[in-house]
Each structure stands twice: as C-alpha cells, then as structure tokens.
Ligand binder design. Structure first.
Ligand SMILES: [Zn+2]
Ligand SMILES: [Zn+2]
Length: 289
C-alpha cells in the first residue's frame, strides 16, 4: 500500500504542519509547547487511534457477521446490499457522506452537552485549559463508541467506497487539528461553513452562552447557524478562560479519567444538589408567604 494511503502518514504530516504553524503564527503567545496536559494528550492520541478505534473495528466485523446471519435467516436483505450511492462518482459520494456524517456528529455532540450522563463522557475533552493541535485528540473512549455506532449504519446503507471514507477521515483530521490549534485564524469567507480555531475556541469557553454551551459544529458549522447554537462575538478576540467550570469536579490522572463517567457521583455533588433543591424550596416558601 502506498504511504499516502495510510492514516499514520497523514497524522504525522498534518500534526507536523500544525505544530510548525503554531510556532510561526501563535495566537496566545504566552502558551508553552509543553503546556500542562500536553504529554497526557499525546497518550490520548495514541490510545484513541491505535487501541479504541482498532478494537471497535474488530468488534464491528463480528457484530456485522452475526447481524447479517440473523437477518438472512429471516429472509430480509442485508443492509450492505442496499448500496444506495455505490454507483455514484467518488466526488458525489464524498459530498453526500461528508455532510450526512457531519450532521449526525453535530447531533451527537449536542447531546453530549445536554444529557448529564453523556456530559460525563465528554468532560474529558473540555478539561483542557489550553488549546493546541494535540488537544483535539483528548476524548473519552465512551464518546468515540457513540460517534462510531451512530455513523456506521448510514455508511453501510449508503454503500460508500473505502477510498472515499479514507478521504473524509483525512479531511476531518485536518479540520479537527486546525480548529484546536493555537492559531488566530477564522478562515475568512469560509468562517460560517468550516470550523476554525477562532470559532471552536468559543466552544471551549468556561462560560456558557447557550443553555448547554455553544458552537457544537464538528467539521461544518452551518448546523450551529441553522439551529441557533452559534456564538461568535466579533468585538472580542477570544474567551478569557478555557476548560470546565470550577464547580465541575474532574480527576487529573489517566486511569481515573478512563473510568470517571461510570463511577458513582461524589458525595459533594449530591450534597450540592440537595443544597440547591433546599434553597429552591425555601425560596418558594418565602415567595409564597
Ligand atoms: Zn463539546
Ligand atoms: Zn474541541
């Protein structure tokens, strides 16, 4: 297989380009190369790409084989046989799948912020207090499973060519690293279509500007403008602080972070919740009196 058709070739190339651009045109000049969490983010990069995605691929083959056999025994055609766009030219497959996949990802990302249990999976991505190209890879294996499961079925039903999927993965890699990079770029005329460092920075703002945050767009940001979840003040250059709210308790070690979403809620969380409820009912009593 030629080198340019391997994921690791693009990973190394794109990362090297982003690293160089960040040195040449840094947005936050005071940010150091070895910022807090940089080494841990390299771990998430290797772990998520090398192990989580690999295990999911192996698992998917077994699940599909089992599913096809079950469906065949019922006399129903297998989903793969639908091949809805398999005869389309590659560029048309790319356009359709890129948009469909991105819209599904926007919905998943929105839910990761709005559903408390899912937010616990997504907290890891938002725990970084400084943004750069490698922060893009900080993500919990639980949310990777959700994204892949949601995206997998349409890919199978549509019958997309493998080379098209590879091209989409490579383009997404560029946009993901770029939108987390320490660059003061907004992509000019494309700023309302494709995610950029200036746009995604507001997604990592400590302050929430919507009910559960803002700017959920993964690669395309048009969904945020259509569904009114975009926040991009033109008179402020960027957020003051990135990361989780000070009231969000979150561990710092890798092992604890791997299992944190599934651990019982700390007692302080429960105590805080009870206190808020007690204050609310006290307010109601005062208001009613
Ligand atoms: Zn998010
Ligand atoms: Zn992000």
């Amino acid at each position: 297989m030629p080198l340019y058709l391997t994921y690791y070739f693009w990973l190394l190339l794109v990362s090297a380009v982003m690293f160089t651009l960040e040195r040449l045109f840094p947005w936050r000049r005071e940010q150091e190369i070895l910022r807090p969490g940089f080494v841990q983010d390299l771990f998430w990069m290797v772990f998520n790409i090398q192990y989580v995605s690999w295990m999911l691929a192996v698992l998917a083959v077994h699940v599909i084989t089992w599913f096809d056999a079950a469906v065949f025994s019922l006399g129903i055609p297998a989903l793969e046989s639908l091949q809805m766009i398999a005869n389309w030219p590659a560029w048309a497959q790319f356009a359709v799948v890129f948009v469909v996949k991105d819209f599904l990802e926007w919905n998943v990302h929105h839910l990761l912020h709005r559903v408390p249990l899912l937010w616990r999976l997504h907290q890891l991505h938002h725990s970084t207090e400084e943004l750069d190209w490698v922060a893009a890879f900080r993500g919990h294996w639980g949310e990777i499973i959700i994204y892949k499961v949601v995206i997998y079925l349409p890919l199978v039903v549509l019958g997309v060519d493998g080379s098209v999927i590879f091209a989409i993965i490579a383009v997404s890699l560029v946009i993901q690293e770029l939108s987390h990079a320490n660059l003061r770029w907004d992509l000019g005329p494309l700023r309302y279509i494709i995610s950029s460092p200036r746009y995604h920075a507001w997604h990592h703002d400590v302050a929430l500007h919507g009910k559960a945050g803002q700017n959920y767009g993964v690669n395309l940001v048009i969904w945020d403008w259509i569904f009114r979840t975009a926040y991009w003040p033109r008179d402020v250059e960027g957020p003051e602080r990135y990361g989780l709210s000070p009231s969000d308790r979150f561990p710092t070690g890798i092992w604890a972070r791997l299992w944190w979403p599934f651990l019982p809620r700390p007692r302080t969380d429960l105590a805080g919740k009870l206190r808020v409820q007690a204050e609310k009912s006290a307010d109601r009593v005062v208001a009613g009196s």
